[in-house]
Design a protein around this ligand. Structure first.
Ligand code: HAX
Length: 433
């Protein structure tokens, strides 16, 4: 058994016993109340599932197994760069333990061994027109690989429920290994005349992805390490994670579960916000006729957007109530690596202007920037100007968290997810009368 799987098995076996005991002895304890406004309001704040890999605090932001992003930047192995290797975060999310350099080297190597794309995936993608949105291709590409699923094969052979996690782990590892290949293939097909680049197996997972995209600078490699780390997980309730969790609970295989989650990530209120932000900034530049607007000009454009009944992309959050630490991490990266970039400066001007405008509306619960407010400007700086692609980068990263959580769900024997829905008539008769 490989070292990561072996360690996971030891930890998960103990946790399984602990969880069974909790359910048996304390299963009737009440964890909260649910208000009608919550069930009409997107289920905000309802405590409804267990997600071991990360937890989101409204003020402190995301903690991966207890570690904030600045802490992760200090404690995770960095390989040849300055930012944490996503391999290390995956190990941490799966085991709850910090990996050492040998662990992440093993994982890099393992993902190289499992990487590549099956022929049917290339055929499916090449059959699609180049006008197809990259997220559509990403979802299709993941789905097209699902017949390789070890989980499906072993399930058909009569696998025991206690072994589900093992097959789920195998698929998750292969899928994560293949995602940079898939994502880079899509980028090169749509935006580089389908001139594909061979992998460089001397590189870590993130920098090999950068290389296959066609970006070779060490700064861009570090950006990818940071980017693929900070987007990896945001507890279980966000739309993409929850979708993967729900679909996985039907024992649909990890490929199909992940593709479903990517379809959720593709929405403008969620992952596509990174595309929307940069499009909106360039609309602003076009409308104002300058890429060095004053704060007053920026404010007037923000107000105009709201007057049109649109949201300000990259601002607001369903849980967070402070600037997103993922925004701050990207801001610090830009401060350290990028000088005199007018688009990056606009992102920072927006940070000075937008919160007060949103506070003035009196209804926005979180007027602060989220993860998507900054990423586009940095990518444009490094020459990745194909905005429609940005959510794919997010998706490659998000796979790490949702698949690690999926392995945990199977190891804990989580049942089919099936909450109760109500009709308004039922509510009137039973709650309001
Ligand atoms: N601009 C303008 N209005 C906003 C707003 C924003 N950025 N954020 C929230 N509001 C509005 C809502 O539309 C809502 O208005 P109505 O009552 O008229 O419908 C009101 O303020 C209350 O909303 P809320 O409770 O503060 O926010 P929600 O939990 O309902 O929604 C969203 C959270 C992220 C969807 C929301 O803030 C938004 O639409 N933001 C812009 C899109 C965006 O950046 N999405 C990415 C979020 C992070 C993420 O998931 N990345 O993947």
């Amino acid at each position: 058994m490989d070292p990561l799987k072996g360690r996971f098995k030891e930890i998960a076996t103990e946790r399984f016993k602990e969880v069974r005991k909790i359910i048996k002895e304390d299963g009737d304890k009440v964890i909260g109340e649910v208000k009608l406004s919550q069930i009409y309001g997107g289920m905000r704040g309802i405590k409804s599932m267990v997600w071991e890999t990360s937890n989101l605090d409204p003020v402190d932001g995301i903690r991966f197994r207890g570690y904030t992003i600045p802490e992760l930047q200090k404690v995770l192995p960095t390989g040849k760069g300055k930012e944490p290797l996503p391999e290390g975060l995956f190990w941490l999310m799966l085991t709850g333990e910090l990996p050492n350099a040998t662990h992440v080297d093993w994982l890099t190597n393992e993902w190289h061994n499992r990487g590549g794309l099956p022929p049917q995936t290339k055929k499916v993608l090449n059959a699609m027109p180049d006008t197809t949105h990259p997220m559509t291709l990403f979802s299709m590409g993941i789905t097209s690989m699902s017949d390789d699923s070890v989980f499906v094969k072993r399930y058909a052979e009569g696998m025991r429920k206690s072994d589900y996690w093992d097959a789920y782990y195998e698929d998750s590892m292969t899928l994560i290994a293949r995602l940079p290949y898939l994502a880079a293939f899509i980028y090169r097909k749509l935006f580089r005349k389908n001139h594909q680049i061979d992998p460089d197996k001397r590189l870590d997972w993130a920098s090999n992805y950068a290389h296959m995209l066609g970006f070779e600078s060490s700064d861009f490699q570090d950006l990818m390490r940071l980017y693929l780390t900070i987007h990896a997980d945001h507890e279980g309730g966000n739309a993409s994670a929850h979708t993967v969790h729900l679909v996985g609970s039907t024992l649909s295989n990890p490929y199909l579960a992940l593709a479903s989650g990517m379809n959720a990530l593709a929405g403008p209120l969620h992952g596509r916000a990174n595309q929307e932000v940069i499009e909106w900034i360039f609309n602003m530049v076009g409308y104002l006729g300058t890429d060095t607007p004053t704060k007053d000009q920026v404010k007037s454009f923000v107000e105009k957007t709201i007057e049109k009944g649109r949201v300000i992309p990259g601002y607001g959050h369903a849980v967070l109530r402070q600037p997103d630490p993922r925004f701050t991490a990207q801001r610090i990266f830009a401060e350290n690596h990028i000088q005199d970039d007018n688009i990056v400066d606009i992102v920072w001007k927006l940070f000075e202007v937008v919160p007060d405008v949103l506070k003035g509306l009196g209804k926005v619960k979180n007027p602060w920037p989220n993860v998507d407010a900054h990423s586009g400007a940095i990518l444009v700086h490094y020459g990745m100007k194909e905005y429609a692609y940005y959510t794919v980068l997010f998706g490659v990263s998000r796979a790490l968290g949702v698949l690690a959580a999926g392995v945990w769900s199977r190891a804990m024997g989580m049942p089919l997810e099936r909450p109760k829905s109500l009709t308004t008539d039922w509510i009137k008769e039973n709650i309001l009368s």
